[in-house]
Design a protein around this ligand. Structure first.
Ligand code: ADP
Ligand code: ZN
Length: 435
């Protein structure tokens, strides 16, 4: 197997060297995509741009964007740059509506992906001898195989659990002496509940870290997970279109995820004007894949909202970081004219003692007026309190949420284990307004 270990050195390249590498790779990928993807040639022609006009990294802003619907419109193979005989694997994003998005991987792309996942695991302090319990779904979804191959490349023992059968997950975590967990934060919370019911205290197991991603999660959620499981909970970010998990990952400082920008060149744009924004400003994350050959994407709009952090990180990595993804531009809902995203509500109520990170947001409309109801689950101890103290708690939570999002909400406290659990990405919002 290819040795990817030395690649971690790329995390520490001096800024100028990194930019030189990016520039060299950008020229190659642009030329390659222009030559091999007729759709892309057409797109550039329409916009009146040729690859020769791109004379520096900054010139990337002259190129048109690629958006999710472009991937749907060219379904299934319209954006492939490599011949099918060189495509060794497909993945597809779940695509809640209509056709999925199909991504082609050449062996080179699989190698790039393994390398970045390995670098992510190294930055969490994982090494040979660690045992990875991989609860990301296996299949077309990238989570499972992404962590699997990256873990193996590092020399970690990988347990290909996938999601589901939660009781067995707890049993194996205990019996196999698992040291690292990977999966969605919402599923891990479900595992934590189950462990408690089974009388297994995760804090007493060798488990010391988790790689959590595939869905937005708040800092408050991180604190709960770290406290309840006695582990370090690290963020891992990625998306199928660009590779899968491992596009960016936290280091031990837990202050933003380093982007593996020698492979994935990031930009932040203003969602209204579509102009590039400086580091530090919040906007939509855009990626250009610098080394992929199966389906390279130039200026792909992720719809994820964050900002780039270029200040040095105390871990010594020179790769820029992204702030925790606060939301996806399409996750946001508008209620009585106010833009709200689920993470704001999550952060607000989780700061109140007695709540657990299981919740649902239900949007309804009555006589043209939007209503928002938040179902918040309580701990068993709290649920046994007097009616008066529960009512006080309910009001405290409502006030917290109201002061965060600026509108009144109805809070309903619900019994432990009643909010539906997810085995993959959690679905927090039920919008019943259009029904
Ligand atoms: P789908 O598009 O079907 O949801 P993907 O796995 O490709 O399937 O989803 C990628 C998206 O998941 C990202 O664009 C982002 O919105 C979200 N995501 C992935 N990792 C994280 C993370 N660590 N924090 C927040 N959101 C994340
Ligand atoms: Zn760092």
């Amino acid at each position: 197997m290819k040795d990817f270990h030395s690649q971690s050195a790329l995390d520490y390249l001096p800024k100028q060297k990194l930019q030189e590498l990016q520039w060299q790779r950008l020229q190659t990928v642009l030329k390659y995509t222009y030559q091999n993807v007729p759709w892309y040639r057409e797109r550039l022609k329409e916009k009146g741009v040729t690859p020769h006009e791109i004379q520096s990294l900054e010139d990337i802003a002259k190129l048109p964007f690629i958006v999710k619907t472009d991937l749907r419109d060219t379904y299934p193979f319209g954006l492939f740059a490599a011949p099918l005989k060189n495509v060794v694997r497909f993945h597809a994003s779940s695509g809640t509506t209509g056709k999925p998005i199909v991504v082609a991987y050449t062996q080179n792309d699989i190698d790039v992906w393994q390398e970045v996942v390995l670098r992510a695991l190294v930055s969490y302090g994982i090494h040979e001898g660690d045992i990875l319990h991989n609860a990301y779904g296996y299949g077309l979804f990238t989570g499972g195989l992404g962590l699997h191959y990256g873990g193996e490349a590092l020399g970690v023992t990988v347990i290909p659990m996938s999601g589901g059968n939660t009781e067995r997950q707890v049993m194996l975590m205990r019996d196999f002496g698992v040291t690292l967990f990977s999966g969605t934060p919402s599923y891990f919370l479900h595992i934590l509940d189950k462990a408690q019911q089974m009388g297994v205290d995760l804090r007493k197991l060798p488990l010391r870290a988790g790689a959590f991603g595939a869905e937005p999660w708040s800092e408050a959620m991180r604190c709960k997970i770290e406290e309840l499981a006695g582990i370090k909970a690290y963020d891992i970010y990625g998306l199928t279109e660009i590779a899968g998990p491992g596009v960016a990952a936290e280091c031990s400082c837990q202050c933003g995820s380093h982007i593996f920008e020698d492979h994935f060149y990031p930009e932040i744009i203003d969602t209204e004007t579509l102009e590039p924004l400086p580091d530090g400003a919040e906007g939509e994350l855009v990626f250009t894949t610098l080394t992929k050959t199966g389906m390279p994407l130039i200026r792909y709009r992720t719809r994820d909202i964050t900002c780039l952090i270029s200040e040095p990180c105390s871990c010594g990595r020179t790769l820029r970081r992204i702030k925790r993804i606060s939301h996806r531009s399409d996750d946001m809902f508008i209620i009585r004219g106010v833009n709200v995203f689920p993470g704001q509500i999550e952060s607000a109520f989780l700061s109140v003692e007695g709540t657990v990170p299981h919740y649902q947001i239900i949007l309804t409309r009555e006589k043209d007026l939007d209503n928002i109801e938040v179902l918040v689950e309580l701990t068993s101890e709290k649920f046994g309190d007097t009616i008066r103290s529960l009512e006080n708690l309910r009001q405290t939570i409502a006030r917290k949420i109201e002061s965060t999002i600026g509108i009144r909400v109805t809070v309903r406290l619900v019994e432990p284990n009643t909010v539906p659990r997810s085995e993959g990405k959690a679905k927090r919002v039920q919008d019943l307004r259009s029904l």
